[in-house]
Each structure stands twice: as structure tokens, then as C-alpha cells.
Design a binder for this molecule. Structure first.
Ligand code: SF4
Ligand code: MG
Length: 325
């Protein structure tokens, strides 16, 4: 059971302006201090939007973000600045995320100096220590991003985020651009840093295989809604939602780069005009009449496991064995 004071929580309704996408629809996500939450879904499901709103880099048109029980939007001055530093996003493509004209010492060292966390005269030593912490040679501080490999650039991105001493890291497809063997190394680094620094992570990925070992809890999103949430072991052992089952059937093909979701029939519907009822019904092999009419609510199915599927209302006898199409 989580103490609200220890959570970063976000609640959002649908965006209503005609020109905006209904990016998030009734999403309610609490992340406890020290917890690693894996947030998984296909592109366009709203997971990056949720990450940005929780990081404070994107405003929510509706809803609120609570940090340790307090509304982010009510914070002012020093507290507001601290909240921005406390939550850092690490993006996907380290090449485009790092300024090519800056040396690593400045990429990593500028923000902490600007925010008064590190004296200018200490910048060199500070950056060298951080490079070591993320497994890079400290003597590389004077180099430019293009002089590093993809995996090394990912580590530079992590060092840059750590430089302002954050509590909460939002990792948005942070390893997606890397080869599988390098992915594993960088995920191990994330896990080591989490233990060492007591960090809290929202680990966003389109790939369940990527979040499997790092996450305490996995949250599955589909077209702007959370459809399932469970402790990681429980989710992989007993997936409940037909969408999660379909995603899981993709994992054996983790070695195939840029694969599509071939096991799930049909295209992802437009997020601007999602299907009525259960958003997943046009692609769901188990859809029945009610699914086309009525939105399933996310509710407890046992063991801290929540799922939003009408099948959970059927008796044991009527409920089909849920498997990928
Ligand atoms: Fe499939 Fe219906 Fe469950 Fe949606 S509510 S996942 S359409 S069975
Ligand atoms: Mg994204």
C-alpha cells in the first residue's frame, strides 16, 4: 500500500479542444518513491505525453499532477524550479538529444553550474566523476558527441540527466535506438543507478521485453487509456487484458528490429477518433457486443493486478481462454 505523500501521481481527463488529440483519457497513474514503473504501448498511445506531463515539460489541458501530495501547478519560485530539476526526461535518440557543437563537459556540466548546484571551478571534476559513474572514460570529457558510439551517447544522456541530482527519471524509449546487446548493458546501468541513488523511474517503451527485468510494476496503455497494471512478475505470469496477451506474443521475436505488431490484427485506429466502447474492440479476438458500446473500467482482478476488460465480468464458464489472434 502506497503512502500518498510518497507518490508522484497524475490524473487526466480527455483533451476536448477540437484541434487537439485525445491523447490521454481518464489516466490515473501513481508512482511511489523508489519504484520502477514500466509504461508500455504502441506509438501514439499517449505514453510519451503522459511522461512529459509528469516531468512538467508539457502542460495538461485537464487534470493534475501531484508531487508528494501537492499540486505541481500550485508550486512557485524555488519550489517550482526544484520540481523541474527533480524530474528529468531521457529521450530516445542520443544523437539528436545531444548538441553536436558542444563538448561533453559542457553538455553534462552546464545545467548544474547554471542552477548553482556545482561551482564553475568544480565543473571538470564533477563531470569526470559522473562519466565514471555511467561507465565512461573520464578523459573523454573534452570530446564531442559524434566521437562516441550509440551506447556511449546513451550513457552521456544519462549522465546529463543525473547532473542536476534528480529523484525521478522518465526514460522515454531511452534504449530503443540501440542494438539488443547494448540495450541490455544500458538497462543494467539504469538498474545499478536506481539501487545506488534510490531513484524512481517511469520507464517508457513500446517493447515489453525491454521493461520486463527493470520494472517493479508494468502499466499497459492503449489509445490514451491504461488497460492493465500489475506487478511485473504477475503481469508476465498472468496477463489479463487481450491487448497485453497480444503484446506478450511479440516478445519471442525481440531480436527482430523495427518489427510491427503483426500478431495483433488490424491497424492502430486514429487516436483522434478512437473506437467507441473498448478502444481495442476492432482488433480484439474476444470482442462481444458490449465491447462496442461500453467502456470497460480499470478494476482489481486480484494481487494488485488491475485490468479494463468486460471479459472479467463473465463467469468462469463463459470466459474464453484469452490468447493472441
Ligand atoms: Fe476485447 Fe471486449 Fe475486453 Fe475490450 S473489453 S479487450 S474488446 S474482450
Ligand atoms: Mg513516444
Amino acid at each position: 500500500d502506497l503512502d500518498l505523500a510518497d507518490r508522484i501521481a497524475a490524473r487526466f481527463g480527455a483533451k476536448r479542444a477540437a484541434t487537439t488529440v485525445h491523447a490521454l483519457d481518464g489516466v490515473d497513474l501513481a508512482v511511489a518513491r523508489g519504484e520502477v514503473v514500466g509504461l508500455v504501448g504502441e506509438s501514439g498511445c499517449g505514453k510519451s505525453t503522459l511522461g512529459r506531463i509528469m516531468a512538467g515539460t508539457m502542460p495538461a489541458s485537464e487534470g493534475e499532477v501531484l508531487i508528494e501530495g501537492r499540486q505541481r501547478s500550485a508550486l512557485r519560485g524555488r519550489e517550482a524550479r526544484q520540481a523541474r530539476l527533480d524530474a528529468q526526461i531521457i529521450f530516445q535518440d542520443p544523437m539528436s538529444a545531444l548538441n553536436p557543437r558542444k563538448r561533453v563537459i559542457d553538455i553534462i556540466g552546464e545545467a548544474p553550474v547554471a542552477h548553482g548546484l556545482v561551482k564553475r571551478s568544480d565543473k571538470g571534476r564533477f563531470v569526470r566523476e559522473l562519466l565514471e559513474k555511467v561507465g565512461l572514460d573520464p578523459d573523454m570529457a573534452a570530446r564531442y558527441p559524434h566521437q562516441f558510439s550509440g551506447g556511449q551517447r546513451a550513457r552521456i544522456g544519462i549522465a546529463r540527466a543525473l547532473a542536476v541530482n534528480p529523484k525521478f527519471l522518465i526514460c522515454d524509449e531511452s534504449v530503443a535506438a540501440l542494438d539488443v546487446s547494448i540495450q541490455a548493458q544500458v538497462i543494467n546501468l539504469f538498474m545499478d543507478l536506481q539501487r545506488e541513488l534510490g531513484l524512481t523511474y517511469l520507464f517508457i517503451s513500446h517493447d515489453l521485453g525491454v521493461v520486463r527485468h527493470i520494472s517493479d510494476r508494468v502499466v499497459i496503455m492503449y489509445l490514451g487509456r491504461i488497460v492493465e497494471s500489475a506487478p511485473a512478475d504477475e503481469l508476465f505470469a498472468r496477463p489479463n487484458h487481450p491487448y497485453t496477451v497480444a503484446l506478450l506474443s511479440e516478445i519471442p521475436r525481440i531480436d527482430v528490429r523495427k518489427r510491427d505488431f503483426a500478431a495483433i490484427k488490424g491497424e492502430i485506429p486514429s487516436p483522434t477518433n478512437p473506437p467507441k466502447g473498448c478502444h481495442f474492440h476492432p482488433r480484439c479476438p474476444h470482442a462481444f457486443e458490449r465491447c462496442r458500446m461500453e467502456r470497460p473500467v480499470l478494476r482489481e482482478v486480484g494481487g494488485g493486478h488491475r485490468s479494463a476488460c468486460h471479459l472479467n465480468d463473465l463467469s468462469e464458464i463463459k470466459r474464453p481462454a484469452v490468447q493472441a489472434a
